[in-house]
Write a protein that binds this ligand. Structure first.
Ligand SMILES: N[C@@H]1[C@@H](O)[C@H](O)[C@@H](COP(=O)(O)O)O[C@@H]1O
Length: 248
């Protein structure tokens, strides 16, 4: 595991974008795993600044709400289209998001998992972390080898995401999420974390025991994890993980 610490979220985003740009330069048809949430937004903004041809890049989103009407502005399909596909100039036909409006979401989840495999797997999976240790929407208690499936959102996650909806009651109760086992099959994991409110959970995930009670702790078992954090989020990390300070 390698950890880069930058002074603030924008600088951390630039470091993560540099890592992604290098991968895409090496492999113009790279398969990216893309995350929503606030933390990765500076990454996409910085990556757009690299002004490289990304039309060959393929992408799979991590998760999606179940039950939002098609085109809802807070559906991850809409957020991915706006913040990632358009911003980076990706080919929309090469960007996949789980189908949260499917008549049979469990079936859609299984098909999505299979589609990732059929694409040859994910080269770099961008990840954020939830305050309760969730990765994608794998809430505490998720099996460490779980596959893409329908999950019920934890109350704390619905609360955290209520800021994007007009009322907390509008936050969907269910989602489709890539499983922890699915995520762990990506060849590289790029965790982006910012803010003092994430310091305790980042410490728990990287320095604590590997347990399904903190789903992000599964990262300790992956052979190629890169963590990019701002100084506030990294403030509680302890040895033995080597930390590199970077000013982007
Ligand atoms: N499903 C997403 C996750 O993929 C994200 O990593 C996490 C943290 O979000 P943020 O970066 O906004 O704190 O919560 C969301 O609900």
């Amino acid at each position: 595991m390698e950890i880069f610490v930058s002074p603030d979220a924008a600088a951390a985003g630039a470091v993560a974008a540099g890592i992604l740009a290098a991968v895409i330069r090496r492999k113009p048809d790279a398969v990216l795993g893309v995350a929503t949430g606030g933390s990765p937004l500076p990454v996409y903004r910085a990556l757009a600044g690299h002004e490289m041809d990304m039309s060959g890049v393929r992408a799979f989103a991590l998760d999606e709400y179940v039950g939002l009407p098609a085109g809802h502005p807070q559906s991850y399909a809409a957020v991915v289209a706006h913040e990632i596909t358009e911003r980076l100039g990706l080919d929309p036909a090469k960007v996949a998001v789980p189908d949260g409006a499917a008549a049979d979401p469990e079936q859609a989840a299984r098909e999505y998992d299979a589609a990732i495999g059929a694409a040859g797997g994910i080269d770099v999976q961008i990840l954020g972390i939830g305050h309760n240790g969730h990765l994608a929407f794998n809430e505490p208690g998720s099996d460490l080898d779980s596959r893409t499936r329908v999950e019920v959102l934890a109350a704390r996650t619905r609360q955290a995401n209520a800021r994007y909806f007009s009322s907390p009651d509008d936050v969907p109760e269910r989602c489709i999420t890539q499983g922890l086992g699915t995520i762990m099959e990506a060849r590289q994991l790029l965790l982006v974390v910012a803010g003092a409110d994430k310091a305790a959970v980042l410490h728990e995930a990287l320095n604590g025991p590997v347990t399904s009670q903190c789903p992000a702790s599964v990262l300790q078992l992956h052979p190629h994890v890169t963590v990019v954090a701002d100084a506030a989020a990294a403030s509680l990390l302890s040895a033995p993980i080597p930390v590199t300070s970077v000013v982007a």
